[in-house]
Write a protein that binds this ligand. Structure first.
Ligand SMILES: C[S@@+](CC[C@H](N)C(=O)[O-])C[C@H]1O[C@@H](n2cnc3c(N)ncnc32)[C@H](O)[C@@H]1O
Length: 290
């Protein structure tokens, strides 16, 4: 055992005692971040190179600061994004919905689909689509100025790392209930991971104390922003355009009915995340229902 691996073992117990969900992984990822090596190369760090700053970062994580705020990075599909105070940390369940959208866009009979990402936060969904659907043009709307700064930064660094995304993610300051009016009736796919936590519901400290309130709370039943996304989608989508909206695991049935046939929706479907829980709804817009 090396000194660093010994320290990682102690840190793992400390994080477990603090209630961190994945203590071993987090202890290793913080060690990798502090020592500038891949997680799989921790054993190669010589004892003389051990950096005591490791314990400062472990203490932050034990105080339930999100791992991604400590490392400053979040990985989302093929992207390496910058995140920190003021922006929602992208989640794995959103990767699944984004993957569904990417496949749907690739199957469309247009090589240059128009996409709207409502509430873009760090820009995760919009950038993943631009990266993986090379003809797509993604209009990303965000109301929160702090979050928009992170999105701006990620759009710029993605344009350097993946030049084919350059100029294809357009960031807008605004409320998605009224934004993008010049695109009304012309969007091929509307996607959103809106705030959907019911007001007052319990959330872990990493979420409640670090994700912005505007990214979390969705009214008494958590569906206020989801209903607003549905209304915006009916305005923005072309006929047979697609909508995909993330929701909380217990909200699948309720969100299914938000995209009801009598409003003009067709093919409404519930989709599950990697753990098999209902996580997003997709639907096709038949048009003219309102
Ligand atoms: C749950 S976060 C999702 C961020 C990002 N799409 C992701 O999946 O990581 C929701 C985002 O929507 C933004 N938002 C909430 N209501 C909005 C509104 N009415 N108009 C524009 N943005 C809004 C919040 O500021 C927040 O950044």
């Amino acid at each position: 055992m090396t000194l660093l691996l010994d320290e990682v073992a102690v840190a793992t117990s400390r994080l477990a005692e603090a209630g961190v969900e994945s203590p071993r992984a987090d202890a290793e990822l913080i060690a990798a971040h502090v020592h500038g090596v891949a997680r799989g190369s921790l054993h190669s760090v010589p004892d003389t190179a051990f950096n005591p700053r490791y314990w400062d970062d472990v203490a932050r994580r034990a105080a339930r600061e999100p791992l991604q705020h400590i490392t400053g990075r979040a990985y989302f599909r093929y992207l390496d994004l910058e995140v920190g105070p003021g922006v929602f940390v992208p989640r794995p369940e959103t990767e699944v919905m984004t993957g569904w959208a990417i496949e749907a866009l690739q199957a469309m009979d247009t090589a240059e689909p128009v996409v709207a990402d409502l509430g873009t936060g760090s820009g995760a969904i919009a950038l993943a689509i631009a990266q993986e659907v090379p003809g797509a043009r993604v209009h990303a709307v965000e109301a929160d100025p702090l979050a928009r700064q992170w999105a701006d930064r990620n759009i710029a660094s993605c344009a350097t790392a993946a030049p084919h995304t350059s100029g294809r993610v357009l960031l807008y300051d605004g409320d998605f209930t009224t934004a993008l009016a010049d695109l009304n009736g012309s969007v091929d796919l509307v996607i959103s991971n809106p705030p959907y936590v019911p007001d007052g519901a319990w959330v872990p400290p990493e979420v409640g104390e670090y994700d912005p309130a505007t990214a979390l709370w969705g009214g008494a039943d958590g569906l206020d922003a989801i209903r607003a996304v549905e209304r915006a989608a009916t305005r923005l989508l072309r006929r047979r355009g697609l909508a995909a909206v993330e929701h909380g695991a217990p909200q699948g049935a309720a969100v299914y009915w938000v995209f009801a046939e009598e409003k003009g929706w067709r093919d409404t479907r519930n989709h599950s995340d990697l753990a098999g829980r209902d996580r997003f709804v997709s639907a096709a817009w038949a048009g003219g229902g309102r």
